[in-house]
Design a protein around this ligand. Structure first.
Ligand code: FAD
Length: 284
């Protein structure tokens, strides 16, 4: 069953992993996958290094995921030409992957803006390319608070609609900490005529350094309850982890109570917290 079809059967649970750093053996991911498998996710996604770095690792990991569950393989187009994209698509097809998360990506450190966007400017260009090949189902990224490069959320939603019109069949959100922003975003999407399933991306925040890094990178806003956790437990790792985990569980429970179509947990390649969230919230 394809990922778009899974959404027709009910709420979808997905987990995200990333390839280990190039200087670590690829096998370090095996332990994480072994621990995520019993959680019975509907699919596991594997991220893709923008600019092609580690791309063969993404395909290798996708192959490791397939015996566990469906795999959503991320693919970015920044800095790539059609031949490079086709070569990755060929490897994925050969590996038995039929679902792709089609992304633009960010300009890699070793590339300038001019060479980054010669062949593909936006994720919608990649989606059109993949759709024309016809071998894959596709998801795309969305941003409940707007993509940081957009002037406004409405402008970003207009661009999101271009991705859906081009062939994206479901959407996965950037991480967010305030469910109200997600509910508002959903209303705006539906009003704008975007009706594909949307999965809420949740990242449990387990230490203070992680939240600073993630919010700086993604531009995600920090609601007062989370700010309070940082202020109160910033110097106490054990208490911070406990409070951060409870915050993530509350977020997931709230979304479930409000009929969310999918929950996507950013695992950071760690299974403990994810296992606790899934068990405590009744996600499985
Ligand atoms: P786009 O959809 O192209 O959007 C980028 C910007 O361009 C937005 O401001 C948008 O409004 C604007 N835009 C889009 N289309 C048009 C248009 N036609 N005309 C004018 N403006 C337009 N990065 C990785 O490197 N690897 C990964 O595996 C990865 N996985 C991710 C998974 C998720 C769920 C999310 C949310 C992000 C992920 N990213 C990943 C990060 C992503 O690559 C960056 O956020 C990137 O800056 C934008 O990618 P996009 O696909 O959303 O781009």
């Amino acid at each position: 069953m394809s990922i778009p079809q899974l959404f027709k059967q009910g709420r979808v649970l997905s987990l995200e992993v990333f390839p280990p750093k190039p200087d670590s053996p690829i096998e370090v991911i095996d332990k994480t996958l072994d621990r995520l498998a019993p959680l019975k996710p509907d699919y596991i996604s594997v991220t893709y290094g923008a600019g092609g770095s580690g791309r063969s690792r993404s395909v290798e990991i996708a192959k490791k995921i397939l015996p566990i569950c469906k795999c959503l393989s991320h693919l970015t187009c920044v800095g790539a030409d059609a031949a490079e994209i086709d070569s990755v698509l060929d490897s994925l097809k050969e590996a038995g992957i039929s679902d792709i998360m089609a992304l633009r990506g960010d300009i890699p450190k070793d590339m300038d803006a001019e060479s980054a966007f010669v062949h593909y400017q936006h994720a919608s260009d990649l989606i059109t390319h993949i759709k024309n090949r016809g071998d894959f189902d596709m998801g795309a990224a969305c941003y409940p608070e707007g993509h940081p490069q957009s002037d406004s959320l409405m402008e970003d939603i207009d661009n999101l609609k271009r991705k859906v019109d081009a062939g994206a069949q479901f959407l996965v959100t950037q991480l967010f900490f305030d469910n109200v922003l997600f509910y508002r975003f959903m209303e705006q999407l539906r009003r704008r005529g975007v009706h594909v399933p949307v999965t809420a991306g949740i990242m449990p925040v387990l230490n203070a350094a992680q939240i600073v890094r993630m919010t700086l990178l993604s531009g995600t806003s920090v609601p007062p309850e989370l700010a309070k956790i940082i202020a109160r437990y910033g110097d106490n790792p054990a208490d911070f982890r406990k409070a951060g985990l409870e915050f993530a569980m509350d977020q997931v429970s709230g979304l479930m109570a409000n009929g969310v179509q999918g929950i996507h947990l950013y695992t950071m390649n760690k299974a403990d917290a994810i296992t606790e969230i899934i068990k405590e919230t009744g996600l499985r």
